[in-house]
Every structure is written in structure tokens, then in C-alpha cells.
Design a protein around this ligand. Structure first.
Ligand SMILES: Cc1ncc(COP(=O)(O)O)c(C=O)c1O
Length: 388
């Protein structure tokens, strides 16, 4: 059987990982500034994580949500402590799209309304409502398209206010990334997030903070949205939550009440996934990784801004993007093929840095030196071409 060919692949087979390094089947070492797409939060094969998962697997890996799974409560308690949202309620699922799907569904159940506001440049996943709320028509199948999702311009308070003034009583929720990831590392402005919080309160709508990529400490805060000083009604999470083990979840403010059967999943919150997520939270707290993300993010941005060829260096914590001018288009490919460093991208010309939250100065310097060396070498090649 062939694989369903939907991914354009790099010709690389990764067989092993440790910390911020991975190795291919030929023994070549790579520095991982992509984090497997913002997923690796505490580093590959962190010993505490491996231990907790192995230990759990030796006892029981899965049983259904029809029985008590104490690991879920332990996870909820730790999540409450680390995120500062101890009064919220946790619902567990398996991925970012599923988290957003559940959040929007819950907003609709809670308000009895249908309309969800999403924003230009948004990415919320590939399942039905999540993809409908994603600003990329090429991945929305005809069956997913719905008039219930309304797109408004990102970071534009005036348009949001006018929409609420005209239709506020139809709005079930507003879904927004604190820092747009797939959209190219675009930070939501504080005034914009404040306005979302205020308007949702005023009109009884639900503020959904998509924290799938920008959450879980990546920005240096547990939730990047909280920089605005306004709490969302629902936060959605996945990626860094399991450090590669598939787990997602939503945390729900106390005023939104659950009902039996309202949400559900077979695999969500299973013993093994909880063990992975508990280990991640323990390492985040014990190793003070939010502080490291903030400090290393500052350092990387300061140094990247000194490289004059890179444009619009931006982001927060370890969610950083910059624009690559056309004459250096090959930069990302060369970082991988010549310097063996993985980075992320966003179309058309953005390099995204999404490393593990325990990245070190030495590893940051390896990346920075490689960028400097690569730009120098590309400049030299261009000069040779011009002189011939
Ligand atoms: C902000 C955001 N939301 C949701 C998703 C979807 O997550 P998943 O691929 O786990 O379904 C992504 C994935 O990149 C994302 O970046």
C-alpha cells in the first residue's frame, strides 16, 4: 500500500532525538529549531518524560472515559498551578483541531447562538469548524464551508466593534491566536485582545484563545493572550502539551457549565497521554522553562535584529519570525542542507523559529552563526555572479 501523498517531504529520515538535537539514519546530527512544528516543548526524549511514559505503559496504557482516571485530575491540578487558572475546568482530547472544534461547539452550546468570529491570517486546524475558521480557502472542502464563520481583519479594533454593534447578539464566540503561527508570526496587539475580552463580556459571547501553538509557555508566559491582562473564557491547547505525544485539551472558565454527554472522545485523556502531559508540566515547572523561553527569546531577537539583511524580526519568547528578502530565498534550505539546522517557514518568505523551551545560549549561537555565515556566503556568490 502507498502512503496518501499529501506532504511535500525533505529527503531526511530522523531516527533518534535528544534535547534539541535529532539524528538521521546515516548518523548526521541536526539542531532542531523547528521543534517538529512547535511540538517539542521540553526537548526530545527528556529522561523524566521517557520514565513517566514507560512507567505508565507498564501499568495500563488506555481505558475509556467511563471510569475514573486519576491521572486526569493530577494533570488538571498541575495545569491549574503552572497556568495560574486553577478555577478553570479541563476537557481532554487528542489534537489542536479537536480542541478548537470542541471550544467552538461549547461556545455555541453555551450561548445558543451560531456565529463565530475568526480573523484574517488565522489557522485553527483541519476538521470541520476549525478549518472553516481557518483563513485558507484551499484547505476548506465544500462540505466544510459555512456562513456561521465570519472573518474580520486581525488586529483591527474598529471593525470588530462595528461588527458587534450590528450583530453582537448572534455571536457565539470569537476565536483568536495570541500569536498567529501559520499566518507568519503575527502578534495580536494588547488593545485588540482587550477589545475581544470586553466585547465578548458585553454581548455574552465566548472568548476562545487558540493557544495550540503560542501557548504552553512558548511565548514566555503560559498563555500568550494573557499579556493583555484579560482572561479568555476558553483556552485551547495541544502541540507542546505532550511534547510529541498526541494530546490536546481545552480549559473552560467556571461560568460555563458542563452537562453529561455535551462533549466526548474515546481516546482523549487516556492514561498514557496524561502521563506524557504530566511529565511535561513537571519539567516546565522544575526547570523554569517559561523564564528560559522569555530570556532566550529576547537574546535571539536582539541578535537577529543586528543582522541587517533580515527584516521585521518579531514574536515573543521562543515563537520568532523574520522575513527573508528575495536575494536570500535559499537561506532556510541552506540552513538545513549545509548547517544541519531545522527551522520552520510561513509562506511566502518567513522563517519561523520554534525550538524546545530549554534551548541553550550555545545552541542559539550555533543558529545565529550559521545564519551569519550563510548570508555572507550567499552575498559572495552573488558578487561573483555579478562580476562575470
Ligand atoms: C494555532 C493553531 N491551532 C490549531 C492547530 C491544529 O492543531 P493540530 O494539527 O494538532 O490539529 C494548529 C496547528 O498547526 C495551530 O498552529
Amino acid at each position: 500500500m502507498k502512503l496518501f501523498d499529501v506532504y511535500p517531504l525533505n529527503d531526511i529520515t530522523i531516527v533518534r532525538g535528544e534535547g534539541s538535537y535529532v539524528w538521521d539514519d546515516k548518523g548526521q546530527q541536526y539542531l532542531d529549531f523547528y521543534g517538529g512544528h512547535a511540538v517539542i516543548s521540553i526537548g526530545h526524549t527528556h529522561p523524566h518524560y521517557v520514565h513517566r511514559i514507560n512507567d505508565q505503559l507498564g501499568q495500563i496504557g488506555f481505558y475509556s472515559n467511563s471510569i475514573i482516571i486519576p491521572q486526569q485530575q493530577l494533570l488538571a491540578d498541575k495545569l491549574g498551578e503552572v497556568s495560574g487558572k486553577g478555577d478553570y475546568q479541563l476537557f481532554l482530547c487528542n489534537s489542536g483541531a479537536e480542541a478548537n472544534e470542541n471550544a467552538m461547539k461549547l461556545a455555541s452550546f453555551h450561548t445558543g447562538r451560531k456565529k463565530i468570529i475568526a480573523f484574517s491570517g488565522a489557522f485553527h486546524g483541519r476538521t470541520s469548524l476549525a478549518v472553516a475558521a481557518t483563513d485558507n480557502p484551499s484547505i476548506v472542502a465544500p462540505v466544510n464551508a459555512t456562513e456561521n464563520i465570519v472573518f474580520l481583519p486581525f488586529n483591527n479594533v474598529a471593525t470588530l466593534e462595528s461588527y458587534f454593534a450590528a450583530h453582537g447578539n448572534e455571536v457565539a464566540g470569537v476565536i483568536v491566536e495570541g500569536i498567529q503561527g501559520v499566518g507568519g508570526i503575527v502578534v495580536a496587539e494588547e488593545d485588540f485582545l482587550k477589545a475581544i475580552g470586553r466585547l465578548c463580556d458585553e454581548y455574552g459571547a465566548v472568548y476562545i484563545a487558540d493557544s495550540v501553538q503560542c501557548g504552553y509557555g512558548r511565548s514566555g508566559k503560559f498563555f500568550s493572550h494573557d499579556i493583555a491582562g484579560v482572561s479568555a473564557d476558553i483556552y485551547t491547547m495541544a502541540k507542546g502539551m505532550g511534547n510529541g505525544f498526541p494530546i490536546g485539551g481545552i480549559i473552560v472558565a467556571p461560568h460555563i457549565k458542563p452537562k453529561y454527554g455535551m462533549l466526548g472522545t474515546t481516546f482523549g485523556g487516556n492514561h498514557l497521554a496524561c502521563a506524557a502531559a504530566i511529565a511535561v508540566l513537571e519539567v516546565l515547572a522544575n526547570d523554569k522553562l517559561l523564564d528560559n523561553a522569555a530570556a532566550m527569546g529576547r537574546y535571539l531577537q536582539e541578535e537577529l535584529k543586528k543582522i541587517s539583511e533580515l527584516q521585521n524580526v518579531r514574536g515573543r519568547g521562543l515563537m520568532i519570525g523574520f522575513d527573508v528578502p528575495q536575494q536570500y530565498t535559499g537561506l532556510r534550505k541552506n540552513l538545513l542542507n549545509t548547517h544541519y539546522i531545522f527551522t520552520g517557514e510561513a509562506k511566502p518568505n518567513v522563517i519561523r523559529l520554534l525550538p524546545a523551551l530549554n534551548i541553550t545560549h550555545k545552541e542559539a549561537d550555533t543558529l545565529l552563526n550559521a545564519i551569519r555565515a550563510e548570508i555572507k556566503s550567499m552575498k559572495e556568490q552573488q558578487a561573483v555572479l555579478q562580476n562575470n
